[in-house]
Each structure stands twice: as structure tokens, then as C-alpha cells.
Write a protein that binds this ligand. Sequence first.
Ligand code: IMP
Ligand code: MG
Length: 174
Amino acid sequence: MHIKGRSLSLLISEEKIKERVRGLAREIEKDLGENFVVVSLLKGSFVFTADLIREFSVPVKVDFMWVSSYGSSQESSGSVRILQDLSMDIKDQKVLLVDDILDTGYTLRKVVEFLREKEPSVLKVCVLLDKKERRKVELKADYVGFEVPDKFLVGYGLDWDEEGRNLRGIYAVD
Ligand code: IMP
Ligand code: MG
């Protein structure tokens, strides 16, 4: 498979993702119980969020935020902008923040600070992928799907300049 003329190598198959997402859902609902709010960061986490919420056996609410960070297409930067705020009030609610990948940590640090000001009763962070060795700021997710190597990844919602989000597995760009 190719994107922009570069070949892709499969890193995590569709089946492995499905199995892990199910495991994450079990862990999360054991900790959070029912009636929590899933806050999903657009656009990268929409595929993960769609699969994760359907593995919960408890009632949940879902909301979205849109954040972007300046920088080149493959590198996040320190200046993260909130483009679209939540539509719901999360004061005194249990919140699960969901993102596709934790890389430098700038994005989630900013969003966690932003959400804390809204005074949720609980705020947990769940990421499908964690590129641990790339971290620039201290931030630990409460739930991690897979630790991944320092390679640029596409698929399952993750993009390279908007391409590749629709791939069913997760691929490294060679
Ligand atoms: P951070 O702010 O550096 O932690 O970056 C988080 C955001 O950068 C993610 O939500 C993704 O949108 C994007 N990102 C980081 N690494 C990758 C990657 O390998 N592929 C696609 N997007 C990535
Ligand atoms: Mg993203």
C-alpha cells in the first residue's frame, strides 16, 4: 500500500486493534462505572472513539473537541489551539478524554488543562497509541492501547496530510 508515493508497512492489524479496544473498554468501565462522558479529539480519534464506545456495556455520552497544533505536517508544536469547544457541560461529570496518539504530549497537556477548568469530578485520559520516547512534556495516559516506535503512523483515523485515515490497520510510513 502507498500514500503520496511512499510505501506503508503494517504495524498493527485490524484484528489486534479490535481485541485491544475491547480490553480497554473493559478496563475503563471497571474504573469509571456508568454515565461518563467520552470527550473525543477530532479529527484523529474519531475511528477509535467509534469503536471504543460500542464496546462499552454501560450508558455513556459522547462529545467532541477540535484541536490543532501549528507545526509541520509530521511534527506537533507547543502552540495548541482549541478550534471547537465541547457542546456539553462536564462540571461534576466523569470524563474520559480520548485521543489517537500521544506523541510530544503538547496537545493532551493543553486539553487536560482546559478541561480541568470545567471542573469534572474525574478526568481520565485514554490513547490508542503511545510514542513514549518522543515525549517533550510530562504526561501519562491512564489507558494506553499500544506502545509504538518512533515512526510516522497512518490509518485507523491517523492521517498524513489528511490521507490514510480510512485504512483499517495502523501502518508505518517507510
Ligand atoms: P502531540 O501533541 O505531539 O502529543 O501530538 C498529538 C497529535 O499529533 C495526535 O493527536 C496526532 O494528531 C498527531 N500525531 C502525532 N504522531 C502522529 C503520527 O505518527 N501519525 C499521525 N499523526 C500523529
Ligand atoms: Mg490528532
